[in-house]
Design a protein. Structure first.
Length: 124
């Protein structure tokens, strides 16, 4: 997995980088452990402080764009604290990855059911 971390109006400390890897990258690696080597995911993480003059409200935004083959999986979260935005992003990214995996499994099962029904009916 190739990981790119970008920052805007925000400085990423080594501790925050380790936190992002623990909360975002490791769960994604676990969920995608069965992927083939030719489909290595590209993992782009962007952390930004939306404005410098706002002090209240949802100021920090964390976004992940993950490319697996030709498929793009995207998740975004905003919150008052960058760490809590990472926590929200973790849940959304897990949901998106599970959706991606179940779609491919569903298509395989659907094709198998169709082939079975065709052989049972004599190809009609």
């Amino acid at each position: 997995m190739r990981i790119t971390i970008r920052q805007r109006n925000f400085t990423i400390t080594p501790a925050f980088r380790a936190y992002m890897e623990q909360k975002i990258v490791r769960p994604a690696e676990r969920l995608l452990a069965s992927s083939r080597d030719e489909d290595l995911p590209l993992f782009d993480i962007e952390v930004e402080r939306t404005t410098r003059h706002h002090r209240k409200g949802q100021v920090y935004r964390v976004e992940v764009n993950m490319t697996i083959g030709k498929k793009l999986i995207r998740a975004e979260a905003t919150d008052e604290d960058p760490r809590s935005a990472c926590d929200l992003l973790e849940e959304e990214l897990k949901r998106e990855i599970r959706s991606f995996k179940t779609k491919s499994r569903t298509l395989v099962k659907r094709g198998g059911r169709k082939a079975k029904s065709m052989t049972r009916d004599g190809g009609l």
